[in-house]
Write a protein that binds this ligand. Structure first.
Ligand code: HAM
Length: 421
């Protein structure tokens, strides 16, 4: 038997219901906030991710799926969506559109060669939004509030928004020097990854999972203390907007994020769900004002986030929110003889055109077996077709919970069903 590749899983049954539900909520809320859908390729030129996510990042050094196609091109399965959206923004000259900012949302699979565990996969699905072209702190707040609102809409309550500011380039250069100076005496005690990070990207040492309790990290200077006045003002404004929007946040001085393109606002949304262990970050994002220019476009300030759908499935399953997303049937139509079956086909079509979710038998089941199937599908109402009734222009409807039966005039059946489901 051929098995699925390590770190991947099949989404079907209950998981599939949650998967569609989560994507549905995110899509509806993104549309409400006036974001438009974009579909970007699953693979891109490898250099796109090297230049955006970062040459020294864990994702690019250890986790990408790289391959050569039959034309010897170096390609990479996308590890995330922001780089592809920015590439599309530049390539399609969206910066020239009169209507700015450009606000986009996307969903789809991403690929990271990580060590698989609960909530951490090699094929993962993200839902993300990117707002390109606005530097306003209110745009940061909008993106964060969209994410929080969607997660809350799903009934997930115990979440924390962790936020930090990485400031502008001047801030980060000053801070990097101060941090290196502080860490230098300890560097030999830190893990091998941190020793490398010291040379390539010392800020990443701050969110190292191995060294997080080390004295060197606990006493490290905070980037907040190094923000220059414009960065400080900007961060204060974002926090003020969040307060006005009633979004609780926690400033996390060690939050630096694993992708190189960020500046100013960075944030993560975490849940307290134990099942997810340290994979409890359900969404994350931030500002990346330098990326469009770095990839060859005009200087364009941007902000966005992405949520892990797979992690949200685990959270929702645990919270047992099935009632909210139930995929139950509205109506099951029973029919046995040819005349009843023909009527059932026509009725099913009319009901579906009226947005009523209905089903009928197509396996020549006995009437008793049809009742059983209706119960399995959790049908709310049964339409019991029988030739005698049909001759009189009547249809019998049974409430599958109370078992009460009602005779309805055939001409009024649609209205009756719609007002009783
Ligand atoms: P990220 O933090 O790398 O950011 O990923 C965003 C979310 O994807 C995470 O918070 C997590 O929920 C989910 N995720 C990441 N890796 C895995 C995995 N191996 N298995 C399951 N879920 C995972 C980004 O990707 C940025 N592009 C976000 C962004 C958009 N920043 C600005 N715009």
């Amino acid at each position: 038997m051929i098995s699925r590749p390590k770190g991947t899983y099949d989404i079907y049954g209950e998981d599939a219901k949650y998967y569609n539900y989560i994507n549905g909520v995110f899509t509806a809320i993104s549309e409400l906030y006036n974001y438009s859908y974009i579909r970007i390729p699953i693979f891109e030129e490898s250099s796109l991710f090297h230049r955006s996510v970062g040459e020294a990042s864990d994702i690019v050094t250890k986790e990408t799926y790289d391959f050569k196609d039959r034309g010897e091109r170096s390609l990479t399965l996308r590890p995330e969506g922001t780089a592809g959206v920015v590439r599309a923004y530049i390539e399609n000259k969206m910066y020239g559109d009169v209507s700015q900012p450009i606000k986009l949302y996307y969903m789809g699979t991403m690929y990271r060669y990580e060590r698989p565990q609960a909530g951490r996969y090699r094929e993962l699905t993200q839902f993300g939004v990117e707002a390109l072209g606005s530097d306003a702190p209110s745009q940061d707040a909008e993106v964060i509030s969209l994410a929080v609102r969607a997660i809350e809409e799903m009934g997930i309550e115990n979440i924390t928004v962790k936020i930090n500011s990485l400031g502008d380039i001047e801030t980060r250069n000053n801070y990097r020097e101060a941090l290196k100076k502080h860490l230098e005496p300890y560097i030999k005690d830190l893990c091998s990854d941190c020793q490398k990070r010291f040379l390539t990207n010392p800020l990443r040492i701050l969110d190292c999972k191995v060294d997080k309790d080390h004295e060197a990290l606990k006493t490290a200077p905070k980037i907040r203390e190094y923000l220059n006045s414009s960065s400080k003002e900007r961060f204060a404004k974002v926090l003020e907007y969040l307060e006005y929007l009633d979004i609780d946040y926690e400033i996390d001085d060690n939050l630096v994020r694993g992708l190189d393109y960020y500046d100013h606002t960075v944030f993560e949304i975490v849940t307290d769900m134990e099942e997810l262990g340290n994979a409890n970050t359900i969404g994350a994002g931030g500002r990346y004002n330098g990326l469009v220019e770095k990839l060859g476009g005009p200087s364009t300030p941007c902000v966005g986030f992405a949520c892990g759908i797979d992690r949200l499935i685990i959270v929702l399953k645990e919270l047992n929110k099935t009632r909210d997303i139930s995929n139950n049937l509205d109506v099951y139509i029973t029919a046995v003889n040819e005349e009843e079956k023909l009527k059932a086909v026509i009725l099913a079509q009319d009901l579906r055109l009226s947005e009523v979710k209905c089903e009928m038998d197509t396996l020549a089941r006995s009437l008793k077996a049809q009742f059983k199937q209706a119960d399995r599908l959790k049908a709310k109402l049964l339409i019991l077709l029988n030739s005698e009734d049909l001759k009189k222009g009547i249809i019998t409807v049974k409430d599958n919970l109370t078992h009460e039966e009602t005779k309805v005039d055939e001409s009024e059946i649609l209205d009756y069903i719609i007002s009783n489901i």
